[in-house]
Each structure stands twice: as C-alpha cells, then as structure tokens.
Ligand binder design. Structure first.
Ligand code: AMP
Length: 211
C-alpha cells in the first residue's frame, strides 16, 4: 500500500496526538502537527505577517487561533518533505482547508468523536512530564513513580477557562471543516470515547480500507 495521506480531526483532547503516534508507527508516515510546531516556536517574531500580536504565544495563551499565514507556511514546508503523512491540528478553519487543497491530495479525513463534558475532563486533568514528553492524566493515567508525579506540569492552555475557550473556538471554526470533508466524501467517523486500544483498532481498519 502506498503511504497514506490523511487528516485526523477532532476537538482538543479527543485523542488526536495518541492516535497519530499509533498511525506513524504502523504506517511509517510523517506526523505533521501545527500545535507542537507552534509550541516549539512560541516566541518567533511574526510581526512582518501583519498580525494583531507579534508572536504565536499571545494567541495560544488565550486559546485563540494563530493567524492562517503562519500555520499555512508551517504545513506547506512540512508537507513538501513528506510522502505519506498524518496531519494533526490542521486545518482548523475553512480557509486553511482551502489552502491545504492547493498543497496536496488526501486519502482520508478521520474524525474522532468525543462529547464536550468528556473533553473538559480529559484536558483539565492532563499532565506532561517535561523530561520525557510523556502525557499522563491525574485520574485516568497517573504515573506510578512518585518522582515523576512530582515533576509533572500542566500545559499553559489546559486550565478550565482556556479549555472552554478552545472548545468554543473549535466548535465555531472547525465544525465547518468537518462538514466540508463530509461533503467531499472523505470523512470517516470513529467513536473516540472508547478505550484507546479500541479506538486504535477502528482507526487502523478505517485507514486500511481507505488507502
Ligand atoms: P493544539 O496543540 O493542536 O491544541 O494547539 C494549541 C494551540 O496552537 C491552539 O489553541 C492554537 O492557538 C494554535 N494552533 C494549533 N494549530 C493551529 C491551526 N491549524 N491554526 C491556528 N492555530 C493553531
């Protein structure tokens, strides 16, 4: 099978990062994630792009979208170096979806469905080990080692107020993207509230059937 080219769609906290990692291992594709790319470049100077704020940080800390010109450039650069890929966190609005259509063709847009209450619970309880990058959850997946537990940190934008803002930004901007791919016949939905292994089994099968 040729390397698949797919999007993983879903609200913040739906499990896109976890399932993308599985997809990368199984199908040997690039993981292109705008959230990670922006977190690694939070303080880059974007003032020349005629933006409201001078760095991505200001947008991200408020839970708002970083301007399209910035994220489109990140994705264009990453895709120019990839045969197969899983795009995670992009496109977030219809303008980005249109830009993406100019850059490449897709095999599949995979949507992870999770209810809002569950998303808030997952995100506000999410913790990160700054030394290994490992993700934990205070209730669902706490570390066994107390030393690790002590050094866990919360992502700047995982407090409840910012989480609610991110979910409402998602609803407003990204729901039209989901409808867009549905109309194009590329959308497949997976129930993201199942256990991670069950979600993965469905995701894998869906990709195998699409590519
Ligand atoms: P994420 O890790 O995907 O939840 O992204 C974290 C933050 O990065 C978002 O709240 C936005 O501020 C920014 N971001 C990530 N991807 C995009 C995108 N495609 N368009 C605009 N902003 C983005």
């Amino acid at each position: 099978m040729a390397q698949p080219r797919l999007l993983i769609l879903g609200a913040p906290g739906a499990g896109k990062g976890t399932q993308s990692a599985n997809i990368v291992d199984e199908f040997d594709v690039e993981h292109v994630t705008t959230g990670d790319a922006l977190r690694a470049n939070k303080d880059m100077d974007i003032s020349e792009m005629d933006t409201e704020y001078d760095t991505p940080r200001e947008y991200m800390d408020k839970g708002e979208l970083v301007p399209d010109a910035v994220v489109n450039a990140i994705v264009d650069e990453a895709l120019s170096q990839a045969d197969g890929f899983v795009l995670d966190g992009y496109p977030r609005n219809l303008e980005q979806a249109e830009e993406l259509a100019e850059m490449t063709e897709l095999d599949l847009a995979l949507m992870l469905d999770v209810s809002e209450e569950e998303l808030v619970h997952r995100l506000t309880g999410r913790r990160l080990d700054p030394e290994t990058g490992e993700i934990y959850h205070v209730e669902y997946n706490p570390p066994e080692d107390p030393e690790i537990e002590e050094r866990l940190v919360q992502r700047d934008d995982d407090d409840e107020e910012t989480v609610r803002e991110r979910l409402s930004v998602y609803e407003e901007n990204t729901e039209p993207v989901v409808e867009h791919y549905e109309t194009e016949g590329l959308l497949e939905r997976v129930d993201g509230e199942q256990a991670p292994d069950e979600v993965w089994a469905e995701v894998k099968e869906t990709i195998e059937n699409a590519a």
